[in-house]
Design a protein. Structure first.
Length: 158
């Protein structure tokens, strides 16, 4: 079900005195939302992400400061809060980061476990960043794969 069809008006009363009172939500659920967000996206394993980064992809970390403190920083990652991600990565945005120069640049988004990053990628793709993707399993999978964690301060962009 398309997300736009999930909200339907609810009518209370009978006959000519019927009135619109509120909207009832007929949500397909978060799992369906996630499935829809991932449709058509070639998600990367942590090792594939490393190769993409070596080839010039931007690595964007959307984890909160507390999560980064617990799990560690990813070498070469640019940290952008999820709330401003689209503004920072849209090449046409006044508030973009300097690295966001073209819509065909590969962008690899990472979060803690690979769920919110998939939703973020859907937003980036809607903007025209057709090569946006994320890491299957997030930083947790990165660590389990034995990939490096940095002890350097994060490159946080506000």
């Amino acid at each position: 079900m398309p997300l736009a069809d999930a909200v339907r008006p609810r009518v209370v009363g009978r006959g000519r005195h019927d009135r619109l009172v509120s909207h009832s939500v007929m949500s397909p659920g978060v799992d369906a939302l996630l499935e829809q967000a991932r449709a058509g996206v070639r998600r990367l394993t942590p090792h594939q992400a490393v190769e993409a980064i070596r080839a010039g992809a931007l690595l964007i970390d959307t984890r909160a400061e507390r999560q980064r403190a617990e799990q560690g920083e990813l070498p070469g990652a640019i940290v952008i809060e999820r709330a401003v991600l689209e503004w920072r990565l849209d090449p046409a945005s006044t508030w973009r980061i300097p690295e966001a120069t073209r819509y065909d640049r590969e962008v690899v988004v990472v979060c803690r476990e690979g769920y919110s990053s998939s939703l973020a990628v859907a937003g980036l793709r809607a903007l025209g960043l057709r090569h946006a993707t994320d890491i299957i399993g997030g930083v947790q999978a990165w660590r389990e794969a034995g990939l490096p964690i940095s002890d350097r301060p994060a490159d946080v962009r506000e």
